[in-house]
Design a protein around this ligand. Sequence first.
Ligand code: AP5
Length: 201
Amino acid sequence: MGKGLKIMISGAPASGKGTQCELITTKYDLVHVAAGDLLRAEVAAGSENGRLAKEYMEKGQLVPDEIVVMVWFHYLLNNFWICNFLPNLYTSCEQVPQEILVDRVVGRRLDPVTGKIYHLTYSPPETEEIAARLTQRFDDTEEKVKLRLQTHNKNVESVLAMFEDITVKVDGTLLKEEVFARIDSALSNLIEQKDATIGIA
Ligand code: AP5
């Protein structure tokens, strides 16, 4: 359904990017790759890149480009891919106040078996079995999310400026289903426009 779609999603730490990517990939049959996930996998594997990356992630700072590029390079080497870098939609999850971001980070849990993201209050696990195996990210503390937020605020404008023409801003404080409904509507419009351009009735 989402053939040819290239979407980038941005937003403050814990604004809901991963949650929305899960919903988008399910509906549009896309593959989701996130630099943060690739870096955490390196940390978990105990590789040299993971060891170096962890020092920056612990401080809420951006990991230097040379490490991020190497991690992406390894991912691309080990997976089949076609990449035309420029996205055709850039979604930005906005307006989430700091106290909500902290609340989302502190309550976030991950299912190591399915990779699904949960929240103890807003998106609790479906069964006791899942609840028993949930894990927490090493950078999911109030102190660390505040540092990540400072880094985000310093860099966000320069990134947004690059994609201004194709950006759809979404209020990230809404319920996750409502956030998704807005992204879904933007994607449906985009697909309609693409189909009209190539003459599909
Ligand atoms: P990264 O992994 O990218 O983390 P982040 O940007 O801090 O974002 P998160 O993954 O924490 O949050 P999210 O927006 O995906 O929220 P989620 O959907 O889980 O980066 C981590 C670190 O890696 C960085 O600090 C940096 O050091 C490094 N790094 C990463 N990329 C890099 C790069 N390119 N270059 C250099 N360094 C890089 O939701 C959060 C919680 O809220 C969940 O529990 C969820 O269930 C809940 N929730 C979601 N939506 C809602 C909603 N609408 N209502 C209520 N609850 C909700």
